[in-house]
Ligand binder design. Structure first.
Ligand SMILES: [Zn+2]
Length: 436
């Protein structure tokens, strides 16, 4: 099923809507936000210069730093009285990134999430359990309100207490699960530990996953535990742009359909800022063209993807973004080589004899970077056989070398000893600032 007619417009129709909305938004920020006006003046561009869609390239980028510099309300285009909700993303250092919504913004948010939920298999028959942390984070309330709009029954169970989550799932007949990929994996692991057979005892038909990158290897693992016939899609968003609702996969699983009547997506070379041709891989830049309170212009997401415009078998005509290959922030430079944690994950998940949880530690010793990958062996018994461990270690080392072109250290540990995550997984520790 397709939720909205806007998902099936012709390219001409989509672009016509985008241009009209872009013009309006640029005028709005120019008139109402001194920081935007100053940046545009510096770039020598006025709202009148936006005549075609391509003219978006004349506009300066907005970055997370702009949000910090204008903390908390400096980039907002409405008075506080018109704000209906505030959300924030946790700042790793200092102040959080604050976002706000008017009534209109909350409505379009619900609409955008409803579309991706339906594209992922949600219906008004579903009992939807939201295992995202509620609070200032946009993920939980975003999916909550969007799925309510679809007509599902919501179980706002949040994160934590995984055994209780499983009890709700079983007793309430949950059919749809919202979680991060790593938490969906954790739930399956706990189910097994407490003797719940996911495929027999639960009724989960649909998993809507988001808020962290899911590699194809991770998807395969999730199918194994949740069943090959479940609807398993991921969706994309970030609080700065709206929260979840920017894009989401349909059941064809060939990229995430972008809600193009609300967002304009571009892909740029992260080093030069130059816009790349369709199909080329680079950093995703998104402009919000319908939001009232905080319509960011050309926001640099730091996520690496490419855009695809070929028609999709599902019937939607909107452009799709390929599943993320990583974030420019996540990219590790190890002895001069670019390494994404997702590449390491892919190797680990495709190796037999080890579990899906891992940790990456980077250190610097004697002026050289050392990359250590810690991973759990699948069965406790393996820890007793030195020969088996050595063989496994060697196998992982060779595979990683093929993928990355680098030598890594492998540290095999006992099952269930690495940290588990209920929200976004934090798998990388970079200790290089402490070494020489
Ligand atoms: Zn599709």
């Amino acid at each position: 099923m397709i939720w909205a007619k806007e998902e099936t417009l012709s390219r001409d129709e989509i672009e016509k809507i985008q241009l009209e909305r872009l013009k309006k938004t640029v005028k709005r920020v120019y008139e109402k936000v001194p920081a935007y006006r100053a940046k545009m003046e510096e770039a020598g561009v006025t709202p009148e210069d936006i005549v075609t869609l391509k003219d978006i390239q004349k506009l300066p980028f907005t970055t997370k730093q702009d949000m910090r510099d204008n903390y908390p309300y400096g980039l907002f285009t409405v008075p506080k009285k018109e704000l209906r909700r505030i959300h924030a993303s946790s700042g790793t250092t200092g102040k959080p990134t604050v976002v706000g919504y008017t009534d209109h913004d909350l409505d379009i948010w619900k609409e955008c999430v409803a579309r991706l939920a339906v594209a992922g298999g949600a219906t008004d028959e579903d009992v939807a359990q939201i295992c995202f942390g509620y609070g200032m984070f946009t993920g939980a309330l975003g999916l909550h309100n969007g799925l309510e709009k679809v007509g599902a029954t919501i179980v706002p169970s949040s994160t934590g207490n995984t055994e209780k989550q499983l009890m709700y799932m079983k007793d309430f007949g949950t059919t749809l699960l919202v979680a991060t990929p790593s938490y969906a994996m954790r739930i399956a692991e706990v189910a097994q530990q407490i003797g719940i057979d996911i495929k027999k005892d639960l009724q989960i038909k649909t998993l809507l996953l988001g808020s962290e990158l899911m590699t194809e290897a991770m998807r395969k693992e999730l199918y194994k535990v949740w069943g090959e016939d479940v609807n398993l899609t991921q969706n994309y968003g970030m609080s700065e742009l709206i929260g979840p609702g920017v894009s989401g996969e349909c059941l064809e699983l060939n990229g995430m359909h972008i809600n193009e009547d609300h967002f304009i997506a571009e892909v740029i070379d992260p080093n030069t800022g130059e816009v790349l041709a369709p199909g080329e891989k680079g950093e995703l830049v998104v402009t919000c063209i319908t939001k009232e309170a905080l319509p960011l212009i050309r926001y640099r997401t730091r996520d690496i993807t490419r855009l695809m415009y070929e028609p999709c078998a599902c019937g939607r005509t909107t452009a799709r973004m390929e599943n993320l290959s990583g974030r420019t922030d996540d990219m590790l430079k190890i002895r001069g080589v670019n390494v994404f944690p997702s590449q390491i994950e892919e190797v680990l998940i495709n190796t037999d004899g080890i579990g899906p949880n891992y940790e990456i530690v980077v250190e610097r010793k004697d002026h050289s970077d050392i990359l250590t990958v810690k991973v759990e062996v699948a069965a406790e018994g393996m820890m007793d056989s030195y020969a088996a461990l050595e063989e496994l270690e060697d196998k992982i080392k060779k595979k990683l070398h093929m993928m990355l072109g680098l030598d890594c250290k492998i540290q095999l540990v006992s099952p269930n000893t690495l940290q588990r995550f209920e929200g976004k997984a934090k798998r990388v520790t970079d200790l290089r600032k402490d070494g020489i």
